[in-house]
Design a protein around this ligand. Structure first.
Ligand code: ATP
Ligand code: MG
Length: 572
């Protein structure tokens, strides 16, 4: 591709509304432009890179037995009513009406559509298992679209769905997909972790996220420094290390006047204890009414764990009004002893080992000391509730400690079970002649997010450093002196040679100053830059420079063809 005829508008300055380096680079190097919040155009070079990611995904899906289909972007509401999601999915779902006032949505994901497709033809166990996938645009009206392609509203996703006669068969396919996903992200040149993820109410360890490590990532993950345990902080657990409880010294709780003390630390110090010996009492509003969550004073409540524990659709930190209703006091003095209404109390496991603890007294400016769980209050359940912290003991191995890392979720695999097949009546005749419900798995890759994640992980001060697998072109051929006919003549020849050899080449034949061309080449970051200039030609050589590490080779004109075959056609 000759750059003089190509549309590659680059920007010298950082765009004002981009925060992430990868977002800035995608804009500056001319890959994308914004058309509305979370909605982007791909320019030619951006689309080439996106297609490279897409191709890797498609190849690995096909290789592992996936069958490509294409489901419509616009999905009739009836299917969503059948699955129960029409009323449950919130404002992220973009709903619309056609001229006959029939309701539709733009698919944010396609479980309903694929179940409808499969149930039209599936009869017998002989037609199972199946794994269908598609690569297409999704729309989610995200509350905070941001960071460019990372959290878009319209974005490219590969979504896949598998159908099984048994849970064992689902387990087999889940493993197959896990390996396929690992190959996809390896080929995209990413450093990632496979992370245990929250499964909501379904439970079990049947969901994994593929998370690209990056400080700017929105996801927090906990990873053991000694074994392979890695989990999203939404789900990560730690081994309790508190000693077994001793005997309570206080026969009953005592009230202490604690005026003008604001923080947990201040109150604990005043009560003569550490925050770890205090009970932190948090009140939440949920769709099931108010609930009370207890963790130790130096911990925080993990709202996802709380939501799973109380089986609520949503949990939200309680309003002042709810706090007063539950405790009879303003916020800041809540405690589990003597609540005004019988809201269920969920206590973290670590509360069970507290003796003579401190907590709020449900009375303004008062706290209690000498509080003992089980004696002075009875939780509805002891559950996993706290958010893990760096340095916590690994739940899987004896000596490991948890590190906290940040990352970007690029893929997600999930054992769905019968969540959709049951309500939508997707069944088959089993070998024994009985009608059975199909067991499903679901698998997603954020294709556009993966592209940006790759840039977030691979760049330097000068620009993008495209991993070979997803680079829009393999080589940036630069005609350094595009005003000298003898240089142009050689550069043109090199352009033909590269193309003939099967190398994808972007040929900077523009009549621009060398400095500008090199800057643009570094900004776009194709894996190899090949420069043809007057200086080199005096010695009969051209220069190859690897973007990744700046390694440079001067190659005699007669040797170029061999060099290209041995060095440029190889995947790195
Ligand atoms: P997140 O927690 O980031 O919102 P999700 O759990 O909603 O992701 P899934 O429903 O599992 O995501 O979608 C599958 C994949 O699609 C994700 O792993 C992610 O890579 C991608 N994805 C999800 N939402 C977006 C978005 N708003 N913009 C770009 N990619 C997205
Ligand atoms: Mg989401």
């Amino acid at each position: 591709m000759r750059q003089s005829h190509y549309h590659l508008p680059t920007l010298r300055e950082d765009p004002a509304d981009a925060e992430l380096i990868s977002h800035k680079l995608l804009l500056r190097a001319g890959l994308i432009r914004k058309i509305a919040a979370g909605i982007y155009d791909y320019l030619p070079v951006g689309l080439r890179a996106l297609r490279k990611v897409e191709r890797i995904v498609r190849e690995e899906m096909d290789r592992s037995g996936g069958l490509e289909v294409q489901l419509p972007g616009v999905v009739p509401s009836e299917l969503w009513v059948e699955s129960g999601r029409w009323s449950k999915y919130g404002k992220e779902l973009l709903r619309l009406k056609d001229r006959h006032s029939h309701e539709f949505c733009i698919g944010p994901t396609h479980e309903e559509a694929i179940v409808d497709l499969v149930r039209q033809d599936l009869r017998s166990y002989r037609e199972l298992p199946r794994n269908f996938y598609q690569i297409g645009n999704k729309f989610r009206d995200e509350v905070r679209p941001r960071f460019g392609l990372m959290r878009g509203r319209e974005f490219l996703m590969k979504d896949g769905y598998s159908f099984h006669p048994s849970y064992d068969d689902l387990d087999r396919e889940y493993e197959n997909m896990r390996q396929a996903y690992s190959r996809v992200f390896e080929r995209c040149g990413l450093r990632f972790r496979v992370v245990e993820a929250d499964t909501g109410a379904i439970g079990g360890s049947s969901s994994h996220e593929f998370t690209v490590l990056a400080d700017a990532g929105e996801d927090a993950i906990a990873s053991c420094n000694s074994c392979s345990y890695t989990a999203n902080v939404e789900k990560a657990e730690a081994r309790a290390t508190d000693p077994a409880p001793g005997k309570p010294q206080k026969p009953k709780p005592e009230e202490v006047h604690t005026p003008n003390l604001k923080t947990v630390e201040e109150v604990a110090a005043f009560l003569g204890m550490t925050p770890h010996q205090k009970i932190k009492t948090m009140i939440y509003d949920t769709d099931l009414g108010p609930v009370v969550a207890l963790v130790r004073g130096d911990d925080t409540v993990n709202e996802i764990k709380l939501k799973n524990a109380c089986k609520a659709e949503w949990v939200l930190l309680a309003s002042d009004e709810t706090v007063r209703k539950v405790t009879g006091a303003p916020p800041g003095f809540a405690g589990p002893v003597g609540l005004k209404i019988a809201a269920p109390i969920y206590a973290d496991h670590t509360i069970q080992t507290l003796v003579d603890a401190g907590c709020g007294a449900n009375r303004e400016d008062y706290h209690l000391i000498g509080v003992n769980p089980g004696r002075d209050f009875q939780p509805k359940a002891y559950v996993e509730l706290r958010t893990v912290r760096a340095g916590d003991a690994c739940p899987r191995c004896p000596n490991g400690k948890l590190d906290l890392l940040r990352g970007i979720e690029v893929g997600h695999i999930f054992k769905l079970g019968t969540r959709y097949s049951e309500p939508m009546g997707l069944s088959f005749l089993a070998e024994n002649g009985e009608k059975q419900t199909v067991i499903m798995g679901t698998y997603g890759i954020g294709v556009s997010r993966t592209l940006q994640a790759a840039v977030e992980q691979n760049h330097d001060a000068d620009g993008i450093i495209f991993p070979h697998g997803i680079a829009p072109f393999d080589v940036h051929l630069v005609c350094v002196n595009a005003n000298q006919p003898e240089v142009i003549e050689v550069a043109d020849r090199m352009y033909d040679l590269l193309r003939r050899s099967g190398v994808e080449v972007l040929y900077d034949d523009r009549d621009e100053r060398p400095g500008i061309k090199f800057k643009d080449a570094d900004l776009l970051g194709l894996p190899v830059r090949m420069s043809v200039g007057a200086k080199g030609l005096k010695d009969g050589v051209v220069e190859f420079r690897r973007r990744k590490d700046g390694e440079t080779s001067r190659v005699a004109l007669a040797e170029v063809e061999t060099f290209v075959k041995t060095h440029l056609l190889r995947q790195d």
